[in-house]
Design a binder for this molecule. Sequence first.
Ligand code: IMP
Length: 212
Amino acid sequence: MKTILFATHNDGKMKEVREILQDPALSVLSLKDAKIALEVEETGSSFEENALQKATQIADWCQKSGALDLPGCEPSEIIVLADDSGLEIDRLGGEPGIYSARYMGRDTSYREKNANLIARLEGVPKEERTARFVCAIAAVFPDKTHAVTRGVVEGYIGWEESGENGFGYDPIFYLYENDRSTASLLPEEKNGISHRGRALRRMKEILDERNG
Ligand code: IMP
C-alpha cells in the first residue's frame, strides 16, 4: 500500500487532508503519526518553494533514516506531501505573504496582527482592499520526482474582525459573494472553498493519475 506522509503536526489540517485524499489504496499519516520530530527550514521566496523545500527535506530524512518503522509502511512507497500557505494583501505589496505566520513575530496574537493590518488599510476603499489566501502543496514521489499545486481563494480585508470559527487571519478576510468573513463560515463551508482544499483536490488528481 502507498503511504502519504503529510508534513504537519496539526490535527485540524490532517482532518481536512484525510477527508480530501481518502482512498482505500492510500495510508495517510501525519508527522505526529509517524513520530517524526524534524523541524524543517523555510527559506524559499514563494509558497511553492517553501512547500517543496519542506517535502524534500522530509523525504531525504526518511530515506537516510531507513524510513518509517510502521506496520505496512514500505519505505520505497512513501510519497511526502507538504504545504505552505498565507495571506496576500495587494495594497500592502503582497504582505504578509510567505511571512504570514511570522508577521509581527510568531508570538504576537492574531488579534494584534489583524488590528495592525486593518490599521494599515485605514481610508482604503473596498475595491482596493483585495486579498487572497494562497496554499501551495508539494509532493515528492519515491522516484524523487515532484509536483506542486496551488489553490487560491479571493476576497478583501474588512474593517473589523468578525466570526468565531477558523484561525489566524480568518476574522478579517471577507468573501465578495456574501460579505462574510471566513471566520463566520462553518468548518465544512470553509473546507469547500478554501485555498488548502483547492490545492489538495488538485494534488489528489495528480496522485490518481500517477496511480492509474
Ligand atoms: P501554514 O503554512 O499552513 O502553516 O500557514 C501559515 C500562516 O498563514 C498561518 O499561520 C496563518 O497565519 C496564515 N493562514 C494560512 N491559512 C489560513 C487560513 O485558512 N485562515 C487564516 N489564516 C491562514
